[in-house]
Design a protein around this ligand. Structure first.
Ligand code: HEM
Length: 397
């Protein structure tokens, strides 16, 4: 299995989808060939039921997060696989437990007020400009500030960091595998985080960084490993959330009746978050590896294969969702954007709270009839994540 797995891991998302709007392409492929073999050991799965059956099949590994696949794929030494493994449900991981505890509802309830104030601060700045970029002026700083506060970054350092991470060329995940980068910006960010962790470990606090530093100490892991765990949280809590807010804002702009419904009945916003996630998820694919042979829709997929489960397509499968191309506020959908089953996202509660707060503030402050959106561009590295790079919004009074 080992050789086959390593071979199948190479290669990204097939170049078959329009990066700006992949949904028409998804539909064509889903209707014609819901499971297809991209190469001898790579498969693409487009339908909801197949996605669910794969996601909960014990013979399938999520992102290589189990002992067998992890060691076959990366070897024991890869920091990336070790970091992801630390958050996986397979083992009784102390690090995963700390994050689950830190993001539990009772611990998050105090965050709502701070999130609201943060969102209000940034929307006020946007309004005073008259013309603003939704991504860099709102979604980026709001989501970064929120996850930084939960991690325990000192308030005074947040503006400096927002500016610094805005210049990171390759995002957070690549840093996990290269803690000694050449790039001066990457270096500066890592030096900041290393100092931050060193200081925190002297006086542990009531935040996620302290919990993870503690769990690393107890597990005999270094502060460097705590740094990797934090980088993953920045990726999940900042990149994912920023992309989701961008996707959700555009979806509402393009569906003004839904926007106005939410404006008239803001109590429906929290419910609508799941529908927005179904409609346009920031996570478009899940990467699975078969540990044993499996059968999906009468097709045999042999052990050691890679399966790309297209979450974006499954979320618009008409056999699961009636009129899937429509946003329905009261649908309450069982979407797959957070994954499914034991591996489901452990930050989902935070994501719901944070995005509901953002949309409450946006909708109460922005009148859709006076908004004009132009110059939207999409991040071009269309791999797993989907999100806008820029959304220029003008306000006509
Ligand atoms: C809209 C926002 C988000 C989406 C769509 C999302 C989606 C996902 C998905 C699809 C997975 C993998 C599930 C699988 O393996 O099958 C995941 C795992 C995870 N997510 Fe999220 N997520 C979001 C926000 C967050 C936030 C805010 C945090 C917390 C800081 C977070 C932390 C994590 C962690 C720690 C994992 C586990 C990673 C692992 O298993 O190694 N996520 N998320």
């Amino acid at each position: 299995m080992e050789k086959a797995l390593v071979k199948s891991f190479l290669g990204g998302i097939p170049n078959m989808f329009n990066g700006n709007n992949p949904y028409k392409d998804y539909k064509k492929i889903r209707d014609k060939m819901p499971i297809q073999r991209l190469s001898p050991m790579r498969w693409l799965v487009m339908k909801y039921d197949d996605a669910v059956s794969i996601m909960q099949n014990p013979s399938v590994s999520h992102w290589g997060q189990d002992t067998q696949t992890q060691f076959a794929l990366f070897g024991k030494q890869s920091t990336m696989s070790k970091t992801m493994y630390a958050y996986a449900p397979e083992i009784d991981s102390p690090h995963r437990k700390k994050v689950l505890h830190g993001l539990a509802a009772r611990n998050l309830k105090f965050e709502k007020v701070a999130m609201k104030l943060t969102a209000e601060k940034y929307i006020k700045e946007c309004l005073s400009k008259g013309k603003f970029d939704f991504v860099s002026d709102f979604a980026n700083p709001y989501t970064f500030e929120t996850i930084s506060r939960i991690i325990g970054i000192p308030e005074d350092d947040i503006p400096y960091l927002i500016n610094l991470v805005g210049k990171l060329k390759n995002g957070y995940l690549t840093l996990i595998n290269d803690l000694n980068p050449e790039d001066p910006i990457e270096k500066e960010f890592l030096i900041f985080l290393q100092k931050f962790i060193d200081n925190k470990s002297k006086t542990l606090d009531d935040d996620l960084a302290s919990s993870l530093i503690e769990s690393c100490k107890l597990a005999g892991e270094s502060n460097e490993f705590a740094l990797c765990l934090l980088l993953f949280l920045f990726y999940a809590g900042h990149d994912n959330m920023m992309n989701f807010l961008g996707n959700g804002f555009l979806s509402l702009y393009e569906n003004q009746d839904v926007y106005n419904n939410l404006k008239n009945s803001p109590e429906l916003i929290a419910n609508c978050i799941d529908e927005l996630l179904r409609y346009d998820s920031p996570v478009q694919f899940s990467l699975m590896f078969t540990k044993n042979d499996i059968v999906v829709r009468n097709v045999k997929i042999v052990a050691g294969s890679q399966i790309l489960v297209c979450i974006g397509s499954a979320n618009r499968d008409p056999e699961k969702f009636e009129n899937p191309e429509e946003i329905k506020i009261d649908r309450n959908p069982q979407h797959l954007s957070y994954g499914f089953g034991a591996y489901r996202c452990i930050g989902a509660r935070l994501a719901q709270l944070q995005s509901a707060t953002a949309f409450e503030v946006l909708i109460s402050n922005l009148d859709i009839d006076h908004l004009k959106v132009s110059n939207t561009s999409w991040k071009n590295e269309q791999y797993i994540q989907r999100g806008p790079k820029k959304i220029i919004v003008s306000i006509n009074k």
